[in-house]
Design a protein around this ligand. Structure first.
Ligand code: URA
Length: 427
C-alpha cells in the first residue's frame, strides 16, 4: 500500500497514531530513497516531540529489521549472548567482557559502532591495535567466533540499513535523544544480529543520552519488551554515567585499561561492572559452571582476548600509539574529590582528538585523558587529578574550557553520586 509522506508527517505532528501499514511504508520508502531526508528528519522531529506508543515502536523496530538481512548463528553449538551499552565516557567494558564471557562458555557475536559525539566507540578503540580489522564478511565472523568464542566487529551494510540511514540523519538534525527512536535503533540492530540473549547497559547521568533515572528506566523497559517480544532473552541494567567509567578515556588508553582488567588488575568500577554484566549474560544464555571472576584470575579470559585480536588480524603484543603531548591538572585544594562530570570529561577527550567532529574524520588513537582520582577519593592540594594527552598542543585550550568547573574538591563526598548499578529490569 502506498501512502503520502506529508500525510504521515502531519499525523505525527498532530499527535496522532501511525498505523502498521503507514510505518512499514515510510521505513521501506525511506530506505529506497523514495522518502527524502528532509521529510524523514521532519518525521523524526515529530516523533521526538510527540512520542510513539508501544505498538508503534514495535512496528517501527520490525520495519527496520525487515529493511535488511537477519543473521543466523544456529550453526554454532553453544548459546549466543551479547551486551549493548547506550554509550558513555570511558565505557570500554565490551573489550574485557566479550572474551571473558567467551571464556566462560558462551559465544559472543558483538556488532559494534564508532564514537558518537562525546561518547567513544568500541571499533575506534580496537582499531588502535595495529592490524586489527573491524570489517568482516559473515563467513569471517563465523570463523572468528569459532576460533576465539567472541567476535567484535562492524555491522555489515546489509544489517538494518534503514537504521544506518536514519541514525546518520538524526545525528545532524537534533533528533538523537528520543526514547522511541533510540529503542528501535538499538533493538533493530540487536534483533537482526541474531543473538539468543542480550544484556542492555543503559547509562544514566550527564555523560549518557539519558540524564535521569526515570528516562533511563523508560528506555530500558521499552527495549526489554522489544527484545522479549522478538524471542531474545533480554535484561537491562541501569548504570552510573555521572562520572567517567574507569581511569582512562581515549582509544589506546581504554585498550590498555581493558588489558589490565584481563590481566587481573584494573580499576575497581571497571572490574565490578564487567563481572556484573558477565554474570547477567551467562545467566541469560543459560550457562552456569565457570565463574567470570575465576576466568579473570586463571588467564582464560586473557587467552580468549589474544585469540580474538589475532583472528581479526591484530597483534596483541604490539606497542600501541601514544600521544606526543601531555598536560597535568592538579587539585586546587585538599579535601574529597566530590564531583568529576562525565560529560565535560568526555567532551574534553573528544576535543583532544579521541573523537571525531564529522563522521569521515579520523580519530587520534593516543589522545584522551588519564584520571588520577575518582569522586569520593581524598586528594591533597597540588596532587595530579587529570592528565590530558594529545598530538597537537593547540587542542589543549578547548579541552581546558570543557574542564572548567567540571570537578570539585570539597569537605565531604557528594551524597547524590549514583551507585554504579542502579537498577535491573527484565520482562
Ligand atoms: N545507539 C544506537 O545504536 N542508536 C541510538 O539511537 C542511540 C545509541
Amino acid at each position: 500500500m502506498a501512502f503520502d509522506a506529508v500525510e504521515i508527517i502531519s499525523i505525527k505532528r498532530d499527535r496522532g497514531e501511525l498505523s502498521t501499514p503507514q510505518i512499514d511504508w515510510v521505513i521501506d520508502a525511506y530506505t529506497k530513497g523514495e522518502v527524502a531526508d528532509e521529510q524523514m528528519s521532519s518525521l523524526a522531529m515529530a516523533i521526538l516531540l510527540n512520542g510513539m506508543n508501544r505498538r508503534e515502536i514495535a512496528d517501527w523496530t520490525q520495519a527496520m529489521i525487515r529493511s535488511g538481512e537477519r543473521m543466523d548463528w544456529s550453526a554454532l553449538d553453544r548459546p549466543t549472548a551479547d551486551k549493548h551499552s547506550t554509550g558513555g565516557v570511558g565505557d570500554k567494558i565490551t573489550l574485557p567482557l566479550a572474551p571473558l564471557v567467551a571464556a566462560c562458555g558462551a559465544y559472543v557475536p558483538q556488532l559494534s559502532g564508532r564514537g558518537l559525539a562525546h561518547t567513544g566507540g568500541t571499533l575506534d578503540k580496537l582499531e588502535s591495535i595495529p592490524g586489527w580489522r573491524a570489517n568482516l564478511s559473515n563467513d569471517e565472523m563465523l570463523a572468528v567466533i569459532r576460533a576465539s568464542g567472541a567476535v567484535v566487529c562492524a555491522a555489515g551494510t546489509g544489517l538494518a540499513p534503514a537504521d544506518k540511514k536514519l541514525y546518520a540523519l538524526r545525528d545532524v538534525t537534533g533528533t538523537v535523544e528520543s526514547i522511541p527512536l533510540i529503542a528501535s535503533s538499538i533493538m533493530s540492530k540487536k534483533i537482526a544480529e541474531g543473538t539468543g540473549s542480550l544484556v542492555l547497559d543503559v547509562k544514566v547521568g550527564s555523560g549518557a543520552f539519558m540524564k535521569t533515572v526515570d528516562n533511563a528506566r523508560e528506555l530500558a523497559t521499552t527495549m526489554v519488551a522489544l527484545g522479549t517480544d522478538a524471542g531474545v532473552r533480554t535484561v537491562a541494567l541501569l548504570t552510573a554515567m555521572d562520572r567517567p567509567l574507569g581511569l582512562k578515556i581515549g582509544n589506546t588508553l581504554e585498550v590498555e585499561e581493558s588489558v589490565e582488567v584481563l590481566a587481573g588488575g584494573g580499576p575497581s568500577d571497571v572490574i565490578e561492572l564487567t563481572l556484573h554484566l558477565a554474570r547477567e549474560m551467562l545467566a541469560a544464555a543459560g550457562i552456569s559452571g565457570k565463574d567470570p571472576e575465576q576466568a579473570l584470575k586463571d588467564g582464560s579470559a586473557m587467552d580468549a582476548w589474544r585469540r580474538m585480536i589475532t583472528a581479526q588480524g591484530g597483534d596483541p603484543d604490539a606497542l600501541l600509539p601514544h600521544a606526543a603531548e601531555s598536560m597535568t591538572l592538579t587539585a586546587p585544594t585538599s579535601g574529597v574529590l566530590s564531583r568529576l562530570d562525565a560529560y565535560s570529561v568526555g567532551v574534553a577527550a573528544w576535543r583532544l582528538g579521541a573523537g571525531r567532529a564529522r563522521k569521515e574524520d579520523p580519530v587520534s588513537f593516543g589522545a584522551g585523558i588519564t584520571l588520577h582520582a575518582k569522586p569520593g577519593d581524598i586528594v591533597r592540594e597540588g596532587q595530579p587529578l587529570l592528565t590530558l594527552h594529545t598530538d597537537e598542543t593547540a587542542r589543549f585550550d578547548r579541552a581546558l574550557q570543557s574542564l572548567d568547573g567540571a570537578y570539585e574538591v570539597s569537605a565531604a563526598s557528594d551524597p547524590t553520586l549514583l551507585p554504579l548499578v542502579i537498577d535491573r529490569i527484565e520482562a
